[in-house]
Write a new protein. Structure first.
Length: 393
C-alpha cells in the first residue's frame, strides 16, 4: 500500500511539474522543464514495467536509472510536499482575508513584471536547478554504489552462556542483487565476509532486488560464504516481489539455508545455539502472530537467536536475547545519525539497541535498491557477543 501511494505521488508529481512548467514566462524555460519532466515520467514507467516482469529495464544505462530514481525521491517528492504546503497556506490566507474583509489588489500584477526582474531570475533557477540537483544526486550515488564498510560492534547480551563469550557473527543483510548491486562488488562482499572468519554468518533477507533473473547470482554469493559453524538466513520483502513460490523453490534447490518460520541448531564451543528465521510479514498483526508461532519452536536446551528482516519484530521477540535485522538501509537518507528517513519510518533503523531482556542489531545492508545513500553507508557487520549478568531488579 505504501509503495502504491508513493507511486501515485510520483506520477502526479511529474504531471504537476509539467503543468507548472507551462506557466513559466519564457519559452526556453517551459521547454526545458517540460521535456525534463516528461522524460522523467517516461523513465519511471520503464522501471515500473520492468518490475512487472517486462524485461526492458536493462535498456536504461545505470547512471540514467540512478538519475530517474534520484529525481523522483530526492527532488520531486519534497517539491510536491512543498507545493501542497504552499497551496494549503495560500488557501488559509485567502480565507483569513475574506473574513477580515481585507481583499485588496496587489500593487504589482504578475503580468506587469518586466524581463530581468526577480521573477525572471526565479524562473531561470526553476528551469536549471532541479535538473542540476538531480544530476548531482545521481553522480554521488554512482560514486558510492559499489562501496561498503566493515562495522564492528560489541553486543552486550543478558545472561549469554559463558561458552559463547566472544562469539563472532558476520551479519550481512539486504544484498539486493540486481540493477545496482552486481558484478565485482558481489565478489568483494564474499571476500570481505569470509575474511572475518566468523563463528556464524547471519543473512537477514532481501537477497534480490525484485527480479528472479538475479536469483542465480544471489545463490552463488550465499554458497560461497564460509563460517566456522553455520550460515543461517531469513527472507526479506524484496525476495517475494515477483513470485514468492518460485523464490522459495529455487532458493531451496540452490542450497540457500533459508529459515521460513523454522529453525536450525548448531553446536558452537560446546553450546547448542538455535537460529530462528522469521518469514516476511507486511503487517503488524502478521508479524506478531508469525513471531509467536515461531517462538513455539524454541528448543529449551539451546540458546536462541532470532533472524527477522524487519526490525520491529523485536517488539514481539519476548525473552529472545539477540535479534538481527535489516530492511531499513540505515534510513537511506539521513541528515544526522538521528535525523532523517530512518526515525521517520522506523523505531529501530541502524546499529545496536538494548533492553533488559535482550539486544537488537539492525544492519544498514550491504547492497542497494536505491542509488543514493546519505549518512547511511552500506556495510557488513562484525558482531562480537559479550556476556552481561543481570543482578536483581
Amino acid at each position: 500500500m505504501t509503495f502504491l501511494i508513493l507511486l501515485t505521488c510520483m506520477a502526479l508529481g511529474d504531471l504537476l511539474w509539467c503543468v507548472s512548467a507551462m506557466r513559466l514566462p519564457r519559452r526556453w524555460m517551459r521547454w526545458t522543464l517540460g521535456i525534463f519532466g516528461a522524460l522523467q515520467g517516461a523513465g519511471l514507467m520503464t522501471i515500473l514495467l520492468s518490475r512487472g516482469g517486462v524485461g526492458i529495464e536493462e535498456v536504461l544505462p545505470r547512471p540514467l536509472h540512478s538519475m530517474i530514481l534520484a529525481w523522483h525521491v530526492v527532488i520531486l517528492l519534497p517539491w510536491l510536499a512543498w507545493r501542497i504546503v504552499r497551496a494549503i497556506g495560500a488557501t488559509i490566507w485567502k480565507i483569513v482575508r475574506l473574513f477580515r474583509s481585507e481583499e485588496k489588489a496587489d500593487p504589482v500584477q504578475v503580468g506587469e513584471i518586466p524581463a530581468g526582474t526577480r521573477r525572471e531570475f526565479l524562473g531561470a533557477a526553476a528551469a536549471l536547478v532541479p535538473p542540476a540537483l538531480t544530476l548531482a544526486a545521481a553522480g554521488i550515488g554512482e560514486a558510492q554504489l559499489d562501496g561498503f564498510r566493515i562495522r564492528r560492534i560489541e553486543v552486550p547480551v543478558p545472561e549469554l552462556p559463558p561458552a559463547l563469550e566472544g562469539m563472532t557473527i558476520a551479519h550481512v543483510s539486504d544484498f539486493h542483487v540486481g540493477r545496482f548491486t552486481r558484478g565485482r562488488v558481489l565478489e568483494r562482499i564474499v571476500e570481505e565476509t569470509n575474511r572475518l572468519d566468523a563463528d556464524v554468518i547471519a543473512l537477514t533477507g532481501d537477497f534480490i532486488n525484485h527480479s528472479l533473473r538475479d536469483l542465480p547470482a544471489a545463490l552463488d554469493v550465499v554458497r560461497a560464504l564460509r563460517a566456522r559453524h553455520i550460515v543461517a538466513a531469513c527472507e526479506g520483502n524484496h525476495d517475494l516481489i515477483e513470485d514468492a513460490g518460485i523464490f522459495h523453490r529455487e532458493a531451496e534447490r540452490g542450497g540457500m539455508p533459508l529459515l521460513r518460520g523454522d529453525s536450525a541448531t548448531a553446536d558452537i564451543r560446546g553450546q547448542r545455539v538455535q537460529f530462528l528465521g522469521l518469514p516476511w510479514n507486511h503487517s503488524v498483526t502478521g508479524m506478531r502472530d508469525s513471531t509467536a508461532a515461531l517462538l513455539t519452536r524454541r528448543d529449551p536446551g539451546a540458546w536462541p537467536l532470532l533472524l527477522a528482516h524487519h526490525p520491529h519484530a523485536w517488539d514481539f521477540a519476548g525473552e529472545i536475547p539477540l535479534t538481527l535485522s535489516g530492511h531499513t538501509h540505515g534510513g537511506q537518507l539521513m541528515l544526522t545519525g538521528r535525523l532523517g528517513a530512518g526515525p521517520l519510518f522506523y523505531r529501530y533503523w541502524s546499529g545496536l539497541y538494548s533492553r533488559r531482556s535482550g539486544a537488537l542489531v539492525v544492519s544498514n545492508g550491504v547492497g542497494n535498491w536505491f542509488p543514493v545513500r546519505i549518512q547511511a553507508p552500506a556495510e557488513i557487520l562484525h558482531l562480537t557477543l559479550r556476556r552481561v549478568v543481570i543482578r536483581g531488579v
